[in-house]
Design a protein around this ligand. Sequence first.
Ligand code: GLN
Length: 469
Amino acid sequence: MIDLKKLTIKKAQDGLRNKEFTSLELTNAYIEEIKKTNENINAYLEIFEDAIDQAKKADEIISKGESKTLTGVPLAIKDNLLFKDHKAGASSKILEGYFSTYDAKVIETLKEEGAVIIGRTNMDEFAMGSSTETSAYGITKNPKAPHTVAGGSSGGSAATVAGDMALFSLGSDTGGSIRQPAGFCGIVGLKPTYGTISRSGLMAMGSSLDIIGPFTKSVEDAEIVFNTLAKEDAKDSTCVLEKDRICEKKEVKKIGVPRSFLKGEGINKETLENFEKSLDKLRGLGYEIVDIDIPLMEYSLAVYYVLMPAEVSTNLSRFDGIRYGLSISGKDVAESYKKTKEAGFGKEAKRRILLGTYVLSHGYYDAYYNKAVKLRHKITEEMKKVFNEVDLIATPTTPSPAFAPGAKASPLEMYLSDIFTVPANITGVPAISIPAGNSSEGLPLDIQFMAPHFGEKLLFEVGKKFEVK
Ligand code: GLN
C-alpha cells in the first residue's frame, strides 16, 4: 500500500525509480481515493479515460531508464487549461461539450515529461470568484473542513491535493486564485512572476494578470514543478526570455511587513494573531523583521476591480455561440449572440462583462481605466523601492480562514477575500502561500511571502525553512 498522505513528488520520484511502485499502481491508488472522496468533495469534474494509458506509458519510460523529473507523477489540471482532445470548460455552461483543439504549453511540457494527467478540476466560472460558488457544476468542499469551501477560483485543484486525490495540481492566479485556496486547504500554492510560465492554452481571464502555478504539499515540490514548467515560449508574447529572468538578490535577511495594510476592516483577529506568531517563528529562524510602508498598496483591490473586468469583458467576447461550445440560434447573428450569452454565462461573469464594458466605454475610459493603469504603475514603483530595503514582504494570504458556502452575502464581501493576494498580480511579482498552523476551530491558517520579480528562489529558500515544524 502506498501511503498517499505522506507522499511528495520528491518521494514519488525515489519510489518510482527504485521500483517500490509503478506509475500504474500509483495512479490506481489515486483513482481509488478519488472514488471514495470526490463524490462528497466535488474536486474533479472528470477523470480522463486515458489516465491509465498515460501511466503505462510512463512505466515504459521508467523501465528504459529515460525518466525525467515528473515522469509517472499523477496530477490534476484546472478546467481552464487546454489538453488536446479532452474536454475543457472553465466550469461554464457556455463551453459545454467543448473539446480542446491543441495543448497548452504547460500540457506540452507535462507530456514531454511523461507525467500522468488524471483529470480536470472544478473552478469558479472563468476563474471569477473565491469559493467555487460561481461554478456551473456545484461547490468544491474543503477536504480539511468539509463544512467550508475550498476557496477559489482554483478550489477544485486545491482540493485534489489537500484530499490526496493528486500528488500535485495546476491552477491559475489572476488575483489570488492559487494562493487563497491553498491557504484555505492547508497546502502550498505558488503564483510565479508574471511571464515565467507560458499562458499559451490557458483560457484568458485578465491577460495582464494571469499566471499558471502549482498546488503542492511541500515548498520543495512547488520548486520542482516551477522549475519544470517555467520555460520561455514564442507562443506567448508576454513570456519573458529565460536570459532576461534576472533577480539581483541572492539571499534573504530582511523581511518587511506592511503594517498599515494589515489594519483594514474585515481582517480576522485570529488570522492577525497567528500572523504575529509566524513572524516570531521567522525571527527564530534568524530573519530580521521590519515594518515597511507601501502607501498606495491599499488601492490595489480598487485597481484590480477596474483592470480585471476590463480585460475580462474583452476576453470573454469570443464566447459568442459561433466558435466554441454552446450555441443557441436566433433569427439573426445578433440574436444568436444574445441568446447564447444569456443562457451560457452565469451571474458573476455577466456582472464583470458589464463592469468591464462600462469602464472601457467612451467617456469613462479616462476616469476609470486609465486612472487604474496609472495607479498600477505607481504601486509597482513603490513595491520596487521597498525591495531595496527588504528582501521579501510577508502578509497573511487570506484575511480569514475558510468560510461556509453562502457566507459572503454580497459580491463586494467576496472581493475583499483578495485583499492580500491582488498586489502581487498587479505588480507581477512572485508570491507563495504556505500553511501556518490552525485556527481555534481547526481551520488551516496561512502566510504569504512576496519577492522581487524573478525571485522565486528566495521564496523557496525561506518557505522551506518556515514549513519545517
Ligand atoms: N478571487 C479573485 C476574483 O474573483 C481572483 C480570481 C483569480 O485569481 N482567478 O477575481
